[in-house]
Design a protein around this ligand. Sequence first.
Ligand SMILES: Nc1ncnc2c1ncn2[C@@H]1O[C@H](COP(=O)(O)OP(=O)(O)OP(=O)(O)O)[C@@H](O)[C@H]1O
Length: 232
Amino acid sequence: MQKIELKNLSKSYGRNEVLSNLNLTLEGNRIYGIIGENGTGKSTLLRLISGLARPSRGSVTVNGQTTAEGRRNQVAYLSDQEMLDKFSTLAYQIKFHENMIPGFQTNRVYEMLDMIKLPVDGKIKNLSKGHRNLFNLVLTLANPAPILIMDEPLSGIDTNKKEDLMQLLSSFTLDEERLILFATHEYDEIEFLIDGLIVIKGTNVAYFTEDLEEMRIEQGKTIQQIFKEVTQ
Ligand SMILES: Nc1ncnc2c1ncn2[C@@H]1O[C@H](COP(=O)(O)OP(=O)(O)OP(=O)(O)O)[C@@H](O)[C@H]1O
């Protein structure tokens, strides 16, 4: 079973303490959404878990791995920045990922691109921004890592494609026993996608549930309402 454990985790950039003494355990084949106002440290937290940033204090353990390198092997990470060389072709990037990542699911890339009707010909720079985001997302989803960590994966993607992608994400946790954690500002869209919710306020977790459905039945609140209550 997949497991992410954060113990007394803090991160500062110079004098700016972004995250302070976080304690959190995420586990199971679940989809977790992480929300919070701009600049509250969501991306920083995702980078710490993925082994791309170093904690200032405390520890991050991912499936028993405590070193940054060990964590990187457990995680497929999708940045909110555009990382791909714009002058390369889509086909080149697919081949590059296939060569770099053991078990990379190239067939799946082509199936997903077909599903979202994105042609493989041509260069990254000629794609629209939304299509570039989609292509990045597809490359991340074809990574066989047991944990998928994504920074705003649905931003700039049209409603129809979002629905297809959300179905795909659900199938990843149901059929393939993966854990997915992503940051987003799209509260309405993820309402029925995520199993667990984390709200960051200030420098810490202000709200956490691993069973949003239960909370919804008990308290009848939407994510938007929870967010407002917690952050006001
Ligand atoms: N590499 C860095 N060096 C210095 N400061 C940084 C760095 N990365 C992030 N920060 C600062 O850390 C804080 C949190 O940034 P972060 O990007 O993690 O927030 P976020 O919650 O993801 O924001 P948003 O919702 O706007 O994407 C901000 O004040 C930001 O300026």
